[in-house]
Design a protein around this ligand. Structure first.
Ligand code: AMP
Length: 282
């Protein structure tokens, strides 16, 4: 497995694989990798001859009061996990490599799935995500790129961006990987104190409570949202940032439960913001 810091090296390797007729999968990450990331790399390795994993804590997608400086990092452990999961190349650029002095061109989504939810709570977040992912897709020119359903809005935004910009990469969504008790794996889980970690389960249990009502068949959106909210708010350490029932393609709130419905939530456990979601109706 190669490890590259420089754009030119990745571009050349990508071009060489293209010339050899090898398919390439890309897995963009911010590092501090866990089994959720590994599942994406493994999926990419099954479906492509070569796999590029990018490890880059993207300053553009963090707000001024967010955790950019303290975001967990462990490149040694990450590269081991990448190699074990089937990666061919790890791209680990510096911020200056991707955003040199004078950088001022961005990819901005002005409507559709980028509005609401994390787009509303984290102004500028999807501008940062779209800009870095567009750059990575452009550099690597992968046949397929892999994203987790854990960040369902990000997946919807990337799908829209790729469609709007006529990018040739297929976007593959992968299922959420959870701890044994149901908590979605996240690099940010490392911030949780033992009490917060126990309490954080309210997020998944809330989503399950909503799912049970939908399965029973006689609930409307308000009843479902109330059940999810009540389970989360029963936990004194939890504070809801947002909770919504949305269409999984455009991320807009659904008026009723007749079509595809995703329940999406962001919850603060102390100062740690966790997100999770569950597809209540296909
Ligand atoms: P991050 O490093 O948090 O930016 O995540 C990189 C990619 O891994 C994104 O596409 C995430 O959606 C995905 N991912 C993060 N956590 C999980 C998880 N628990 N299960 C599946 N995919 C995940």
């Amino acid at each position: 497995m190669q490890i590259c810091q420089h754009i030119e090296d990745v571009r050349q390797q990508g071009a060489a694989w293209q010339r050899e007729g090898l398919s390439v999968g890309l897995v963009p990450t911010m590092g501090y990798l866990h089994r959720g990331h590994a599942s994406l790399i493994e999926a990419a390795a099954r479906e492509n001859a070569r796999v590029v994993v990018s490890i880059f804590v993207n300053p553009l997608q963090f707000g001024p009061t967010e955790d950019l400086a303290s975001y967990p990092r462990d490149l040694g452990r990450d590269t081991e996990l990448c190699e074990q999961s089937g990666a061919s190349l790890v791209f680990n650029p510096s911020p200056e490599e991707l955003y040199p002095p004078g950088f001022c061109s961005y990819v901005i989504m002005e409507a559709g799935p980028s509005l609401g939810l994390c787009g509303a709570s984290r102004p500028g977040h999807f501008r940062g995500v779209c800009t870095v992912v567009a750059k990575l897709l452009h550099l690597v020119q992968p046949h397929r790129a892999y994203f987790g359903q854990k960040d369902a809005q990000q997946l919807a935004v990337i799908r829209r961006m790729v469609l709007d910009l006529n990018l040739p990469t297929a976007i593959i969504g992968c299922p959420i990987v959870r701890e044994a008790d149901g908590l979605a794996l996240s690099s940010r889980n490392t911030y949780l104190s033992p009490e917060e970690r126990r309490a954080a389960l309210c997020l998944y249990e809330g989503l399950l409570a909503g799912n049970n009502l939908v399965k029973a068949g006689d609930a409307d959106t308000e009843v479902v949202l109330r059940a999810v909210r009540e389970r989360i708010e029963a936990e004194p350490l939890a504070r809801i940032d947002y909770l919504a029932l949305v269409d999984p393609l455009d991320m807009r709130p659904v008026p009723d439960l007749s079509g595809p419905t995703l329940c999406a939530a962001a919850v603060y456990m102390g100062t740690t913001r966790l997100i999770d979601n569950l597809l209540l109706k296909d």
